[in-house]
Ligand binder design. Sequence first.
Ligand code: NAD
Length: 363
Amino acid sequence: MTTHYRITLLPGDGIGPEIMEVAVAVLTEIGRQLDLTFDCTSALMGGCAIDETGNPLPDETLAQCRNSDAVLLAAIGGEKWDRLPNDQRPERGLLGLRAGLGLFANLRPAQILPQLVDASSLKPEVVEGVDIMVVRELTGGIYFGQPKGIFAAETGEKRGFNTMVYTDAEIDRIGRVAFETAQKRRGQLCSVDKANVLDVSQFWRDRITALAPAYPDVELSHLYVDNAAMQLVRWPQQFDTIVTGNLFGDILSDAAAMLTGSIGMLPSASLGAAGPGVFEPVHGSAPDIAGQDKANPMAQVLSVAMMLRYGLNQPDAADRIEQAVNRVLDQGDRTGDMMSPGMNLVGCKAMGESLLKALQELA
Ligand code: NAD
């Protein structure tokens, strides 16, 4: 029986449309192979939406996303819109989409592919085999806590402050996503906090610990954030899944991602309690190479794999796409961002064709 999915595509700006084209071709091929139908419809978001409608996230786009099984986003933004007031910029579209779909969990994998081990800034023996998933809380914590602001005290002294706050429900729902993610991986979950100093972190630790008995197949550990940062560069192989709050996750997920050394290879997923998730590369719209057939489409294609695994529960399809990516790298095909001596320099389109061929060989 054919399984049918409605996918909203948000190609966005810069290299977005080029890498999205490759991703859609890959999605169509995997659908053909595994009897899955993807009904893909494009919508406007980001700079292109500002140009057409004056709004980075038009109401119709959000409505269409809400009505989908998953949203595949490329990248948004560019210099053309950089001088607009903050509340009218392309990035507002991204924040509006997260809020509009209630996306509270951000999943960022950092995996070292053996073919790209030399791209890391760390020694090969330190990064070989690294395969980490950072689960970051996305809609709470100090970025959104109230009260906040910059105020003048009666003494004349000025004060700026934010509030780091988490409710039990907020911690429990991100905790559950993290335990379930660890179950789909190697069954180890490390919760990162600053419980030795912050009350909010002690509360975080207590709630995460209380969830553990419901997941007997997951081994839970805890680290303070300063130690976690140190361990990530000292011995990253020790980590499987990491769960942490918004601020610590922002920093640690970037650090973990950079262990891999190649921004064009990094996908991400943002998930809510119900409804569609958003799947997108970590990188931006790369205006410096847009329209030149130089973009690496792998992060976008790996975002398709994340969409299949975490959004649509089609792990076999996700596995096959990841195998195709591996096969193409084994062949030596490289876009400029990950080029090294002796490899075969290809453009975005040619990389897409290699991926399709590899997929067909795996069928
Ligand atoms: P960027 O990630 O777009 O580019 C950084 C560098 O990496 C550039 O040299 C670029 O050419 C290269 N690069 C990125 N992706 C690549 C790929 N797939 N293949 C090959 N090379 C790649 O970051 P930036 O230059 O800081 O930002 C450019 C624009 O993107 C800005 O407007 C920014 O606001 C926006 N941005 C959007 C998102 C998003 O859509 N989620 C994220 C980050 C930045």
